[in-house]
Design a protein around this ligand. Structure first.
Ligand SMILES: [Zn+2]
Length: 488
């Protein structure tokens, strides 16, 4: 029996497509889903004799992201050519940043069940994307679409600080949350705006001796689920291979593997290239970038409140639970929506409950989302009106649920629905006294029980009155009158 501990070590490279109108070094549009090869020009086609010009907006968005990740922004950076041959890369090199990335030495704080943890960021640099190969279903040929060629990508590289699948997931999701809060990327996963490449290996201590399995880089994962499954699979696979081959498994030979979404397994692609295989050299056609310190300060000051800060504020300012604050800050749209409802209703806590419970339940069953604001029927103004109606006792919480459901399906406001259907709660004492009298007369059994000391009979009487009123009687007022009359 051996005494063994196994620790997984994961670092992540993430490519984030920036939200610019045009490409990184030419004026072609970055729009998605258009006719293949309709957004190309001599620059992004790599024709000889053309000159690239840097897209300032792409640089500004990258610096914002680097600052939000607590990186140091380089006062001096340049561009480098990374050479490789691939049919979707007409220039045969990619313009990237090699030894002088625009941002370095930052961190991203993640949250897991175990608490908060800072994951160090090694570097963040800007580079251009390649095109896309479309492999024909029938026949042995491929077609190339160069619309994507030259699209700006921010590559964010973490230190190998992630130790569990849960941490990897939290890191990826948190990064997506930050770039969308900043507005630097749409981070639409279906459109491939974020691509993840985890580097994974195991540190195994056996009988006091330390070993490491070779590092595996998983290429081009484009969903959180693929990252989770891919990393979990590698953790199991590397341990199994270690058990089989034991000391013959040597650290130092890094390989890249792909991930098969349908089997959930990874497969060998190639032995990893070293940096010198790419023959990096400084791009002679682009000038160095030297951002002014004042400009960087201005961007720093202009950074919006980030997800964790917002979550902390929701807990302290509105008295929400950590869980609810997390749900309400999951997306910037959700956070904005909630704060608007809280402000307009002047009832933040009930507003939080309505958004996280009733509203979430209703929109989930209908496949709607707050994020797709265009077709979202319940504006913050409308929900706030409903929250107020319940808080002020105009309608009960139960009736409120019905009203909400109708608001989503129809076009009417809460006030209109309440008025049209006569749903307003009855709080008028004289009317309620009549209802109580009728209920007492109609239910002599429970009345006798109550007077004989069976206090639970009160519930039956309350139920009878609420039912008779169609749920509209104000329960607080009713219960006061009822007790008073029973003790007469
Ligand atoms: Zn172009």
């Amino acid at each position: 029996m051996t005494d063994r501990t196994v620790k997984m070590i994961v670092g992540l490279e993430v490519h984030v497509q920036l939200k610019t109108r045009t490409k990184l070094f030419c004026g072609c549009q970055t729009s998605f889903g258009d006719e293949p090869n309709s957004h190309c020009c001599p620059v992004c086609l790599g024709l000889p004799g053309v000159l690239p010009v840097m897209n300032r907006e792409a640089y500004r968005l990258s610096v914002m992201a680097a600052l939000a990740l607590h990186c140091t922004v380089a006062p001096h950076t340049k561009w480098d050519r990374k050479h490789y041959y691939y049919p979707d890369l007409p220039k045969n090199y990619q313009i990237s940043q090699y030894d002088l990335p625009l941002g370095s030495d930052g961190y991203l704080e993640i949250e897991t069940e175990a608490g908060r943890k800072k994951i160090r960021i090694l570097r963040a640099h800007l580079e251009e994307d390649a095109g896309k190969l479309l492999h024909a279903e029938h026949g042995d040929y491929s077609e190339v679409d160069l619309n994507r060629t030259g699209t700006p990508l921010l590559e964010i590289v973490s230190q190998p600080d992630l130790a569990t699948v849960e941490e990897v997931r939290a890191y990826c999701m948190s990064l997506r949350q930050i770039v969308t809060y900043l507005g630097v990327s749409e981070a639409n996963m279906q459109m491939g705006h974020m691509r993840f490449e985890p580097n994974i290996n195991l540190h195994i201590t056996e009988n006091g001796e330390k070993h490491a399995t070779p590092i595996v880089e998983l290429k081009n994962l484009n969903s959180f689920r693929a990252v989770e499954r891919g990393v979990a699979y590698e953790e199991r696979r590397q341990l199994a291979e270690w058990d089989e081959t034991h000391s013959r498994m040597k650290a130092g030979t890094k390989t890249t593997r792909g991930f098969n979404d349908s089997t959930g397994e990874t497969f060998v692609q190639r032995e990893k290239e070293e940096a010198n295989d790419y023959r990096y050299f400084p791009e002679p056609d682009l000038v160095v970038v030297e951002p002014k310190p004042e400009w960087i300060d201005e961007l720093q000051r202009g950074l919006p409140e980030l997800p964790l800060e917002k979550k902390n504020r929701f807990v302290t300012a509105y008295g929400l639970s950590e869980y609810d604050a997390g749900v309400l800050t999951a997306t910037i749209e959700m956070a904005r929506y909630f704060e608007r409802v809280a402000e307009l209703s002047a009832a933040p806590k009930p507003a939080a409950n309505w958004v996280t419970q009733g509203l979430t339940r209703e929109i989930n069953t209908r496949g709607l989302s707050i994020e797709s604001a265009a077709d979202f029927p319940v504006t913050a103004e409308r929900l706030a009106e409903l929250v107020k109606a319940v808080e002020q006792g105009t309608i009960s919480k139960t009736i409120g649920d019905t009203v909400l459901s109708e608001m989503i399906d129809g076009k009417n406001s809460a006030a209109e629905i309440i008025a049209a259907k006569g749903l307003a709660q009855v709080s008028d004492t004289a009317a309620l006294e009549r209802m109580v009298d009728e209920a007492l007369a109609a239910n002599p059994g429970p009345v006798a029980d109550y007077r004989a000391g069976k206090k639970q009979a009160l519930g039956r009487l309350m139920g009878a009155i609420m039912k008779a009123s169609g749920g509209k009687a104000n329960p607080k007022v009713v219960s006061g009158i009822l007790e008073q009359k029973l003790h007469q």
